[in-house]
Write a protein that binds this ligand. Sequence first.
Ligand code: GDP
Length: 364
Amino acid sequence: ALTAGIVGLPNVGKSTLFNAITKAGAEMANYPFATIDPNVGMVEVPDQRLERIQALIPAKKVVPTTFEFTDIAGIVKGASKGEGLGNKFLENIRQVDAIVHVVRAFDDDNITHVADQVDPVADIETINLELSLADLDAVDKRLAKVTRAAKGSAEAKAELAVLEKLKPALEAGGAVRDLTLDADEQQVVKGLFLLTSKPVLYVANISEDSMADPTQDHYFQAVQTYAEKHGAQAIGIAAESEEEIAELDEADKQEFLQAAGVKEPGLDKLIRAAYRLLNLETFFTAGGKETKAWTFLRGTKAPQAAGIIHSDFERGFIRAEVMSFADLDQYESEAAVKEAGKLRVEGKDYTMQDGDIVNFRFNV
Ligand code: GDP
């Protein structure tokens, strides 16, 4: 499964956020795994469409899809030179598919900040510089190899051109994800597994007072401005409060949120943002034993989507009967959707769409 890694300087609230995620996950009605890596937190993906589908096509139970976060221990200045277990952190970041970059955006004199002052944008830049330097190191190593090979091979020559484009950007402290690259260049970059090519989401750990409206918080504003400049998204989360919220039962949770003037837990916003960051979408199977949400990577074809449910479904795939959630929502029953001519039969070349409600037909 694709996973988003929680990254940040020490003492910014990463563990607190990760605990909130783990606690929310522990509350899951359908926790699918008995034991799990302690660094991996599993959460349900909140999706209001499930309730609507259940109301229209009742099933015995409703099962949301899940999403994984990986906790990555605190990265420090100098990590790219191996300081403070630097190499291990960087290696852990290399394993994840997207980066959730947490910065401290709350004042609290009792909690030391590694740089002695709260400055979320400076923190972002500190870490991003380490990631750029680590990538520069990787690019330099690769350059040494490829330069020799480039004389004899067109492929190596093409890679060399890409590496020469990446190097100055990284030397300037930039990120590979910020470069404009064509499809071929992107293909080369993919094979390099660079840290700064991973999609990133900035999370400002704001004070409880700012929960109701993070946009009024000056630390959050600074993070958002930085993120926008780099084509990234920023969200404000009060990690400590989220941890408390995650422990409450549903009724108390609603009360807490209402008192704080918040519509939904920040964690839900984070889950959805990370889901989008990874290009993940959802299809549904509905009715009977269970109505269930399933995660797929944007662009997945119908047989491979069937394979997410069971490998036999992919092997024996015949066709998919599909209606969109929007159509079910509008016509309010499968029969009415069919009558309106909106129930489609799709073959093996069909690209799954977010919100598809599917019945796969297959040979066993
Ligand atoms: P990590 O090193 O990044 O994992 O940071 P921790 O999650 O261990 O948090 C460092 C300290 O900051 C702990 O004492 C937390 O209780 C505290 N902390 C975390 N989030 C908040 C917050 O939103 N507000 C306040 N006041 N303290 C927080």
